[in-house]
Design a protein around this ligand. Structure first.
Ligand SMILES: *[C@@H]1O[C@H](CO)[C@@H](O)[C@H](O)[C@H]1NC(C)=O
Ligand SMILES: *[C@@H]1O[C@H](CO)[C@@H](O)[C@H](O)[C@H]1NC(C)=O
Length: 422
């Protein structure tokens, strides 16, 4: 039965969702109140708690996410990027400015700093956890290639940092780096913007609580506009992956659990086989005996490690396809690396597709970049007693000498959303 809350939500989604681009500040025109100017850098500072009809205080919630793409063996450039994006200080220690730091894979190959980079990520993970922060790490196609024994992009000078081929094989299989991959890296992740949706990688649709999708259009075959009418925040989440989540990939759902289970089992088989002599000069070893059809599909060109369609397809196709993947993964935008643009971060289809590989490593000499996302969820003072909120997301591309707003979106949602106030 369509409650008034549902109809209100529908009206909000259809009528009030908008994208605005603004460089320094944005007028808070959606809310119809006084022309509050919200500064991008500190959107939360002008927001004050509002008393709800129940008399309790509803507090604003903020979340700050920084994401960085392919690092390829260059710790110096990685330090520069993590420092100007506020993730670390000049000593490389976690600052606490970001709630989440996300790296989308391809730390290895094309440079010498493999060991330093992976060890640094583990120390950041521990430092972050001490102050409530989270580091989300992803396997790229290059990490998996190295686990396979496909060492085509390994610098001889990088092998020397391990001591020998055998020492490198061991460290990537059962040693410090291999264990870190197995324990702390996934193929993809779903990162909620709002804690109401649970911790990172809470599966979508929720387990034991199937989402009842409804269409908001009459077009019979198009499943691109499904949403959960009872849960307005169901897609207030982002996906991260190295290559891309192809619309024709079979194991998108439940997301990200299915992909990550396949990735763990494939990695386990790779790390626990007798390590093959690396290629080159030896023949390409291929995937292990006993690799399943689903694991083969995971690692093929249409799978999440290698897919490039979001970078290469024309927008006429990509912007239709992306809706289907967002609907199935319970997300509003997809963020990935793998296909570099040396001039900067690429946003397509109004920021539903964001590609953050800018060739950061000196091997490419591309732009040093990071993606920053500021999410704010703010109670709105209202007259009808409904618990109204303004949900705002500002996505920016950060560079050494400038920053650019990619997306500044705001909408109104109604509901009782539970979370621990920050
Ligand atoms: C900061 O980093 C340095 C060098 O890695 C380390 O020795 C030091 O313990 C770190 N400080 C904190 C507070 O973690
Ligand atoms: C994985 O991360 C945890 C912190 O979340 C850390 O204690 C652990 O040592 C890491 N594992 C490896 C093998 O580095």
């Amino acid at each position: 039965m369509p409650s008034s809350r549902f109809l209100a939500f529908l009206a909000v989604v259809i009528g009030l969702y908008f994208v605005s681009r603004c460089s320094r500040s944005c007028s808070n025109r959606l809310l119809g109140g006084p022309d509050v100017v919200i500064s991008e850098e500190t959107p939360q500072e002008v927001l004050t708690p509002v008393a709800s009809n129940s008399g309790s205080t509803r507090s604003p919630y903020t979340r700050h996410i920084v994401a960085v793409g392919d690092l390829h063996g260059d710790i110096k450039n990685a330090q520069t990027v993590l420092e100007f994006s506020g993730v670390v200080d000049s000593f490389g220690n976690w600052t606490g400015e970001a709630d989440f730091f996300v790296q989308t894979g391809d730390i290895i190959d094309r440079g010498d700093d493999t060991i330093k980079l992976f060890m640094w990520m583990e120390s950041l993970r521990v430092q972050a956890a001490k102050v409530g922060g989270v580091v989300l790490s992803h396997l790229g196609n290059h990490e998996v290639m190295n686990a396979i024994g496909d060492w085509r992009y390994v610098y001889p000078s990088e092998i020397e940092t391990f001591g020998s081929v055998a020492a490198r094989q061991k460290m990537l299989a059962t040693g410090r780096i291999g264990k870190a991959w197995a324990q702390n890296y996934t193929a993809t992740s779903r990162l909620p913007l709002h804690p109401h949706l649970g911790p990172p990688n809470t599966p979508f649709p929720p387990e034991n609580h199937p989402v009842h999708f409804r269409k908001d259009d009459e077009d019979g075959n198009d499943d691109s506009h499904y949403y959960d009418a009872t849960e307005p925040l169901s897609h207030s989440a982002l996906s991260f992956v190295h290559g891309g989540l192809s619309p024709t990939y079979s194991n998108l759902s439940p997301f990200p659990t299915k992909i990550n289970a396949l990735s763990s089992s494939l990695l386990h088989k790779l790390q626990n086989r007798r390590q093959p002599a690396p290629h080159p000069p030896n023949p390409y070893p291929g995937l292990p005996q006993g690799t399943t059809g689903e694991e083969i599909e995971l690692y093929d060109a249409n799978g999440p490690f290698w897919y490039r369609g979001w970078a290469t397809d024309p927008e006429s196709k990509a912007c239709v396809d992306v809706e289907k993947v967002l609907a199935r993964t319970g997300t509003r935008r997809m963020i990935m690396g793998h296909t570099p643009d040396f001039t900067g971060i690429v946003s397509r289809c109004n920021g539903k597709i964001i590609i953050i590989d800018t060739g950061i490593s000196h091997a490419y000499g591309g732009a040093l970049s990071a993606l920053s996302i500021h999410y704010t969820f703010t109670p709105i003072d209202n007259e009808d007693g409904e618990p109204r909120w303004s949900e705002r997301e500002v996505v920016s591309a950060l560079y050494v000498d400038r920053q650019e707003t990619i997306i500044d979106q705001e909408r109104e949602v109604v509901g009782d959303f539970r979370f621990d106030a920050a």
